[in-house]
Design a protein around this ligand. Sequence first.
Ligand SMILES: [Zn+2]
Length: 152
Amino acid sequence: MTVREQVAAAGARVRSKRGSVLMTILSVLLPWRAWFMRAAWTTLGRTIYAPTWIDVAGSLEPYRSILEHELVHVRQWRRWWLVYPISYLLLPLPIGLAWWRWRWEREAYLVQLRAGTSVEHVVDTLWRHYGWPWPRWAMRRWFRRALARGPS
Ligand SMILES: [Zn+2]
């Protein structure tokens, strides 16, 4: 199955952040505007927003592992509805101690770890770009144990 077919099967769609009024408004509210628009993928409900430079009409295969990560978030939205974004953004703290963000992201990052990304790289990404959600040693340990258990 192509990744585009996987997205469609999940009832989701991929849009560019370029030309999206919603993403433009969000980016203005964030201190890291350029990164948000040009590097970050963002999933809201069933819509996966791609960074502005990506041609979403072209092949999505180069972004397969990222899209599989975002599809985990589509399922989280569907299953948990508002519990997901509220806990993701705020609980117990917006930054520094965001256990729920770590909990949602670890499920999504497992997809990329199983596709070959290193634990160290993922822990570093979570630490730098997700507001220091959980201690690095604890994230490392959780991922190593999850990988040792194998696919659930
Ligand atoms: Zn994610």
